[in-house]
Write a protein that binds this ligand. Structure first.
Ligand code: SAH
Length: 241
């Protein structure tokens, strides 16, 4: 009788434990599943085949770079608002621009338009030393805090006008611009190292064209990649470049 009671007690206990595990499914597991699906369908399923980009985007927790209320949308196939009229780019665009940079270990990369910090985190995860500039003070500070919390200590965040680049740390092996000027900023061309690559949307407000520029023997070679949609690059008064 006593043994039966113990067995009964144990099975009830096991039931309670199983049920509470089901109820409290770990949100990190849910996000991890969504992230793997995003990488397989939106990236591998298109033309992203750089193993470093694919593994970085499998690792970086994109949901932490959007506000809590829209975390369940973080792995969808589109951009999302991050406040201050700005957006975090669609995962595919982040992957494509990262792939176009063709990073080598230890590369020094300049990003214009930190936004949420997600693109910077992906580049750092691949192994680059990242210097990123954001013109909206609150966004830049928020990104700096999050990147520190997540341990991305090879990312330097500066608040300022990225049109001017960051000459103190140049020349850069790669420059990635995630806001759109109407013309390619001269200071950025100058700060690109010999053999370096710049990925930049050009065209101001509305739709733009994404270009890959390569510096060879001091000359810039320009290649058009696809049509894209980015927020405009603005100066400190909010005027579009
Ligand atoms: N790369 C970001 C998305 C960028 S959205 C991410 O991963 O989340 C574009 C960002 O460019 C916005 O945050 C906007 O404030 C910023 N921006 C616009 N003009 C700028 C300029 N002149 N210098 C630096 N940042 C600029």
């Amino acid at each position: 009788m006593r043994i039966i009671k113990i067995i009964l007690g144990l099975s009830i206990l096991a039931g309670v434990i199983t049920q509470s595990c089901v109820l409290a499914a770990d949100p990190d597991d849910i996000f991890e599943k969504q992230r793997l699906k995003m990488v397989n369908e939106q990236l591998r399923g298109r033309d992203i085949d750089d193993p470093d980009v694919l593994s970085a985007m499998t690792e970086v927790p994109r949901h932490l770079f959007v506000t809590e209320g829209i975390r369940d949308l973080a792995y969808q196939d589109g951009p999302l608002p991050i406040g201050y009229d700005q957006t975090i780019s669609q995962p595919y665009i982040v992957a494509l621009m990262s792939q176009l940079l063709a990073l080598k270990p230890g590369d020094r990369i300049l990003e214009i338009g930190t936004g949420s910090g997600y693109q910077a985190a992906v580049l750092a995860q691949i192994g680059a030393e990242v210097f990123t500039i954001e013109i909206v003070t609150a966004l830049g500070n928020q990104a700096k805090t999050l990147l520190n919390q997540l341990g991305y200590d090879r990312v330097g965040v500066k608040i300022g006008d990225g049109y001017l680049g960051w000459p103190e740390y140049g020349p850069f092996n790669g420059i990635i611009v995630t806001c759109a000027p109407t013309r390619i900023p001269e200071p950025l061309k100058e700060q690109l190292a010999e053999g370096g690559r710049m990925v930049i949307p050009v065209g101001g407000s509305g739709f733009q064209q994404l270009f890959l520029l390569t510096k060879k023997n001091g000359k810039i070679i320009q290649e058009k990649i696809i049509d894209v949609r980015f927020v405009p690059m603005v100066d400190e008064k909010g005027k579009t470049y």
